[in-house]
Write a new protein. Structure first.
Length: 501
């Protein structure tokens, strides 16, 4: 939850932070984005490192680094220091995510307990993403902007004290040193791809987004080729020989794509169409988070009673119904419909996100659980970026198309271009206009945005139904993995556990 909170906790602190540190526009973008970028880039290398040096050890190293980086971020004296501290925070976060998930694979051998643990892991990650702005807003009311980072210090200190006492160690002595070249290719390729996708959502497809995406895809292909040639690859491509592994990973990416893309629009609806403050929008987002948590934690509870493919397909159909609810949102007065529809979407997608993660981790042998967990954690990161880029591009294309011929008279060319860019830019532009012109601009801009939201909901509903059909077909014989067999790696882990404890 803490790792996810740091993705969004700065959103409300930006005005105060900007007044204090005075970063430029480019520096401000890096302050916000560098954390998530480096988490996504380092997940795969850190998963492989955890398999070799020990997952508990990597978790504790990451916890110490996360605590130090939190303090450095809180007391940053200039933008460069804050960017560097946020970068370290992202690298530390990338050690924590696969470590926790792969330890769950080893600690909980019973399928029901393992499913419940993964459901909790998934649900609280979703909770952290949404409550970040709410927590940040509360701390800003009481303290300075740096306090939003100090939250992590006592949590990491507690982990460093209790982790060695309560958590088992697990590593595979047969795993070679992670290939440095592969690690660099993985990090740079993922960073380039995520950066390009985010730029599409912000400014549309162009050289600024296309070049990094092409570069990232080329590196990804070279990375895959290199893994096929190495005796001890960073990512074991044999994992994908298990059709369940590849299918679950693909569906996990698509499920998070739908969830992130539509939540991206609904959060903007709350603030820019309904006119809620960030704190109010955070409070109204809690039902959305509750839907995700109930779905993520309820899915494993139902997995033993309902056929897995039926459960996943049924959840996707429920999410499609939530998207149909969003198609009925027509203006600021439809607050309950927007929030309720998104909560239903989270409820329906929750089982796919938690059980899909369990299928990915469980399909891998125990000695490769770190690498599999890294891929399982990378899937939602990639899906979220794709969701904002793909769903966002569709919605903003509709927004611009509807707004083009409806702009009021009296706007300068600069104001017209700004209003056509995004709804946020239109709202900002309206603040400097005469009242009558501003009111007309806001009315047509908000109406155009709502039409974009409706269109994305239709697209999302169709995709969710197609995904439901795929789940019912491709996963019809799938079952949640049972306890893994004892292997040589398991035998080497047991004396480690006794010695370390």
């Amino acid at each position: 939850m803490l790792i996810a909170m740091d993705l969004t906790v700065l959103h409300l602190a930006l005005p105060t932070l900007t007044a204090d540190l005075r970063p430029g526009n480019t520096e401000l973008l890096w302050i916000v984005d560098i954390y998530g970028f480096l988490i996504a880039g380092f997940l795969i290398p850190m998963g492989a490192i955890g398999d070799r040096i020990g997952r508990r050890r990597l978790l504790l190293i990451g916890a110490a680094a996360f605590g130090v980086a939190s303090v450095l971020s809180a007391f940053a004296a200039n933008p460069t220091m804050l960017i560097a501290a946020r970068a370290l925070l992202g690298i530390a976060g990338a050690t924590l995510m696969p470590s926790t998930l792969s330890l769950i694979r080893v600690m909980f051998q019973d399928p029901k307990q393992q499913g419940a643990a993964i459901g909790a892991w998934t649900g609280f990650f979703g909770l952290g993403t949404v409550i970040g702005p709410l927590v940040g807003g509360t701390f800003l009311e009481l303290f300075w902007w740096g306090a939003v980072f100090v939250i992590g210090v006592p949590v990491m200190a507690l982990l460093l004290v209790l982790g060695p006492m309560l958590l088992p160690e697990y590593r595979d002595r047969s795993v070679a040193r992670p290939d440095l070249i592969s690690a660099v290719m993985s990090v740079i390729g993922m960073l380039a791809l995520i950066f390009g996708l985010k730029r599409i959502a912000e400014s549309g497809l162009g050289l600024e987004s296309g070049v990094p995406i092409v570069f990232g895809l080329v590196l990804a292909m070279l990375f895959v080729y290199r893994q096929s040639r190495l005796a001890q690859p960073l990512v074991d491509l044999k994992l994908f020989s298990n059709s369940l592994f590849g299918t679950a990973l693909g569906m996990l990416v698509l499920a998070t794509l739908l969830s992130a893309g539509l939540q991206f629009f609904v959060i903007q609806y709350l603030q820019l169409v309904r006119g809620l403050s960030p704190v109010q929008a955070g409070l109204w987002s809690l039902p959305i988070t509750l839907g995700v948590m109930v779905g993520a934690m309820g899915g494993p509870a139902l997995a033993g009673r309902v056929k897995l493919s039926n459960l996943l397909a049924g959840g996707l159909v429920v999410s499609a119904l939530g998207m149909v609810m969003l198609t009925r949102v027509s203006g600021p007065s439809d607050l309950f419909l927007a929030v309720g529809g998104t909560a239903v979407i989270g409820l329906g997608l929750g089982p796919m996100i938690s059980l899909g993660t369990g299928l990915i981790v469980g399909a891998a042998p125990p000695e490769r659980a770190g690498a599999a967990s890294a891929l399982a954690a990378t899937g939602p990161e990639l899906g979220s970026a794709l969701g904002v880029a793909v769903i966002g591009s569709v919605g903003f294309a509709v927004y611009r198309s509807n707004l083009a011929d409806r702009l009021p008279d009296g706007l300068s060319a600069r104001d017209t271009d700004a209003a056509k860019d995004t709804l946020a830019a239109a709202v900002d532009t309206a603040r400097g206009l005469p009242t009558e012109v501003a009111d007309r601009l806001l009315a047509v801009a908000r109406d155009s945005f709502v039409q974009g939201l409706q269109t994305t909901a239709v697209v999302g509903a169709v995709l969710a139904l197609l995904l439901a059909a795929a789940a019912a077909t491709l996963l019809r014989n799938a079952q949640m993995p049972g306890p893994p067999p004892v292997t040589e790696a398991d035998d080497t882990a047991k004396p480690l556990e006794k010695a370390d404890n």
